[in-house]
Design a binder for this molecule. Structure first.
Ligand SMILES: [Zn+2]
Length: 96
């Protein structure tokens, strides 16, 4: 890992702005290699332009998060909602 590469737990704060539950514990299945991991284990690249979360196995982009000047946070995911395994009682809300 270099200075800009972190694990998914580093994105916990911004994920809490989007999702109404602890997202780092949610399982996500990579559409490219079919590996299932919790979001906290994904590889995260954070910069002033936004946050990109990649599969640690194949480097496929799983999620992009962009904050705008107006304070709006957008989550852009190529994954369909059913690839997320949410904790019991949680509902996934996606903003695009
Ligand atoms: Zn993968």
């Amino acid at each position: 890992m270099d200075n800009t590469t972190l694990d998914g737990n580093a994105a916990g704060g911004i994920l809490r702005e989007i999702f109404p539950f602890e997202m780092t514990l949610v399982e996500e299945t990579c559409a490219h290699c079919s590996t299932t991991r919790v979001v906290g284990e994904l590889t995260v690249y954070m910069s002033a332009m936004g946050t990109v979360m990649r599969c640690p196995t194949c480097d496929n982009v799983l999620m992009r998060i962009v904050s705008t000047k107006g304070g709006c946070v957008s989550c852009i995911s190529k994954q369909s909602p059913d690839t997320f395994t949410c904790p019991p009682g949680a509902t996934l809300i996606r903003k695009t």
